[in-house]
Design a protein around this ligand. Structure first.
Ligand code: C5P
Length: 213
């Protein structure tokens, strides 16, 4: 079995940046699993389908093509909101399961980030991080990112989005956002991105030493 690094956490916690750097460090492929849900949401919106229709969303997830993850639309604020609405459907999650599991099986290892990687997708991952930060800090980061992409949106709107998304992601029945018992908590609220990356590297190095690598 390869060495799996599972990085979970709420929106804009810094988990994507951290997961990307870890993947480069170790030369492992990286899957941002949020993009899967985003691509399903974007597709349904484009087809004027109801995001709350579980059967339609599941059919869309089953037909998902990986090229859809590359499209810029999946990075918008609307895509994030649509993603968290389609992600509540158990059928959607089931449809995306095999793809994520086979990605995780890459040798000599893989990095996945999301909400349920350490709990549901790869509970056997050797390194698990749960990256979080205060909602206000995450809102500020996401606001800067979206503004940089040219989206006109206020900090208050983003903070409201983040709070709503946290509630929906943590409160759903199917694979809610939760820290795996054996995940290491990394709070990035008061850390620069470099300090957060250093802390993440130390967590993974400790897990590799424990795995005898
Ligand atoms: O991480 P990102 O913000 O791109 O994720 C968008 C949404 O997709 C999340 O708010 C969550 O509802 C859903 N998601 C999920 N499980 C994952 C990754 C993302 O439910 N593993």
């Amino acid at each position: 079995m390869g060495f799996i690094i599972a990085v979970d956490g709420p929106a804009a916690s810094g988990k994507g940046t951290i997961a990307n750097v870890l993947a480069k460090d170790f030369g492992f492929p990286f899957l941002d699993t949020g993009l899967l849900y985003r691509a399903v949401g974007v597709r349904l919106l484009a087809d004027h389908q109801d995001l709350d229709d579980g059967a339609a969303a599941e059919a869309c997830a089953r037909g998902l093509e990986l090229s859809a993850l590359e499209r810029p639309e999946v990075r918008t604020r609307a895509a994030g909101e649509a993603a968290s609405r389609v992600a509540v459907h158990a059928g959607v999650r089931a449809a995306l399961l095999d793809l994520q599991k086979s990605f995780a099986a890459h040798e000599p290892g893989a990095v996945l980030d999301g909400r349920d990687i350490g709990t549901v997708i790869t509970p056997h991952a050797q390194a698990k991080l749960f990256v979080t930060a205060a909602p206000e800090v995450r809102a500020e980061r996401r606001w800067r990112q979206l503004n940089g992409q040219g989206e006109a949106v206020t900090y208050e709107e983003i903070l409201a989005d983040i709070r709503k998304r946290d509630e929906r992601d943590s409160g759903r029945h199917s694979a809610p956002l939760a820290k795996a018992e054996d995940a290491v908590l990394l709070d990035t609220s008061e850390k620069t991105i470099d300090a957060a990356i250093d802390a993440a590297r130390r967590i993974v190095e400790a897990a590799r030493a424990k795995a005898g690598i």
